[in-house]
Ligand binder design. Structure first.
Ligand SMILES: CC(C)(COP(=O)(O)OP(=O)(O)OC[C@H]1O[C@@H](n2cnc3c(N)ncnc32)[C@H](O)[C@@H]1OP(=O)(O)O)[C@@H](O)C(=O)NCCC(=O)NCCS
Length: 168
């Protein structure tokens, strides 16, 4: 366990966390916004986050909610009977490369396994080398390529999606 991981607490994300999750997504250039986190966590999605153990936790809501520390890392998944899908994974830049993604993936694997799921699936941009390295290190293997899955934008060409799977 890294020094940073030891200072953080892992807990399930709730719909109230959506604004802080969106701020984290902004920091890493992610595409998820408050509405998307809210829709997922208020619906059938599930998430986990890592944050500093808060001294404000003894305060009454909404004060405690206001004083909550920033989210260091978060993951959102779509559970299903057999295949769980990993939808979003982000680690704040100052906290990267200290094992936080590995910790979150382990939490997802444990929850999916406990629920009886047999596989964890995800899509990742072909050019996202860091994410590929994290998923490969966690045991995911490439099972498919979706050509030009991410549409072209004004500044970037269309990009393939690599589908990866982890047998549970
Ligand atoms: C991808 C991302 C989630 C990785 O988070 P992280 O907390 O830095 O990853 P970890 O420290 O848990 O890395 C776990 C392992 O993955 C591999 N890895 C992680 N970052 C790597 C890098 N930059 N280069 C090579 N390998 C890397 C290593 O094997 C690492 O283990 P090690 O440090 O003991 O060698 C983070 O960089 C991020 O938020 N990026 C922007 C958002 C994103 O791309 N999300 C994924 C979308 S599918």
């Amino acid at each position: 366990m890294s020094t940073l991981t030891a200072l953080l607490q892992l807990r399930a994300a709730t719909v109230e966390d959506a604004p802080r999750l969106a701020r984290l997504a902004e920091q890493v250039g992610g595409s998820w916004n408050v509405a998307r986190y809210t829709g997922s966590l208020a619906g059938s999605g599930a998430g986990w986050l890592l944050e500093a153990a808060s001294p404000a936790s003894s305060l009454p809501d909404p004060l405690a909610a206001l004083l909550r520390p920033a989210v260091a890392a978060a993951v959102v998944v779509q559970p299903a009977a057999d295949d769980w899908e990993l939808l979003d994974l982000a680690v704040a830049p100052p906290c990267q490369r200290q094992g936080l993604a590995r910790t979150l993936l382990a939490a997802v694997v444990a929850a999916a396994g406990a629920s009886g799921a047999t596989r964890l699936l995800l899509e990742v941009r072909a050019g996202n080398a860091r994410a590929h390295a994290v998923y490969a290190a966690a045991g995911f293997v490439r099972i498919a390529c979706r050509r030009a899955y991410y549409p072209a934008t004004r500044s970037a060409a269309a990009e393939d999606a690599i589908v990866m799977a982890l047998a549970l």
